[in-house]
Design a protein around this ligand. Structure first.
Ligand SMILES: [Fe+2]
Length: 281
């Protein structure tokens, strides 16, 4: 029997990020993000931690090879797979060294690879500072189509929508796959690409400690500190050596399964209640 809640509850487990400079990126994620590198193959590095894991592979900088979501358990994973096959979604063979063999992948309307699976028993060392990998955000020029795919086909729930008052057109959508406000989001933009990914720390004091840690490593905060309207989370943003935007966040809202979406007027406030916003469109 197919689980009516589909993807719920699943969490973003790891990302596989492409780069042309494996050694510089590995050093940065080791020194700045506190992860422990292991070379798994010629072009594959695993950066492990107790709360966050990342794979680096050779490829076009600024692109994701895949985003990997962890299902609740084996039965849940099988139910999602059965549902997607019944929906005639093409499932891809794509594997991750961090997931068991039962994992599978599919491609969203923008061509993003999403991997679903169950983590192997990983014993990463404790990181310098807390912050579990929590959400990934994509820019898209077909926001409506993506939101329909993630909700109708996969069962993501909409938490917040940002909408233009004048046109009625949606400019951003935040979607949840468990009780956390969003694990994936989409922003309207001229073209599809990775927008940013976020690590959720435990509290506001962690953001202070991250700020001091970035300063000690001469990593500039490029946006924030601020508080997002959508999600109500505190945030700072930095960039890695490839220019990927990385967010440290805290106090992200929690929503129940049945909570109805909120609608925000397009403008700075949904993105930053405290001040200047990074407007994608
Ligand atoms: Fe974010």
């Amino acid at each position: 029997m197919v689980n009516k809640k589909l993807i719920w509850p699943s969490t973003l487990h790891h990302l596989c990020l492409a780069t042309r400079n494996l050694s510089a990126m590995t050093r940065w994620y080791q020194n700045v993000m506190g992860l422990s590198p292991q070379i798994l193959a010629d072009n594959l590095v695993w950066l492990s931690g107790s709360q966050r894991n990342m794979l680096l592979t050779r490829g076009t900088p600024g692109t994701l090879r895949f985003a990997a979501f962890s299902a609740h358990d084996d039965k849940h994973l099988k139910n999602i797979k059965a549902h997607l096959i019944a929906q005639k979604l093409h499932l891809k063979k794509l594997s991750s060294p961090l997931f068991k063999n039962s994992c599978f992948a599919f491609v969203d309307p923008d061509g993003n690879n999403i991997l679903l699976g169950l983590p192997k028993s990983l014993r990463g060392k404790r990181e310098i500072l807390p912050g579990r990998l929590q959400h990934v955000v994509f820019a898209t020029n077909q926001l409506k189509r993506n939101v329909a795919f993630y909700t109708d086909t996969l069962g993501f729930k909409v938490s917040d929508i940002v909408r233009e008052d004048t046109t009625g057109e949606d400019t951003a959508c935040f979607l949840r796959s468990d009780k956390m406000h969003h694990s994936i989001a989409f922003f309207r933009a001229p073209k599809a690409k990775l927008d940013h990914f976020a690590n959720e720390a435990d509290c506001w004091n962690d953001i202070r400690d991250w700020g001091d840690h970035f300063a000690a490593n001469k990593v500039e905060i490029v946006w924030g500190a601020g508080r997002h309207g959508a999600g109500n989370n505190l945030f700072i943003f930095v960039r890695d050596p490839d220019g990927n935007s990385l967010e440290i966040s805290a106090e992200l809202e929690m929503f129940s399964y049945n909570q109805q979406p909120r609608i925000w007027s397009h403008g700075p406030r949904p993105l930053n209640l405290w001040g200047e916003a990074w407007m994608r469109s």
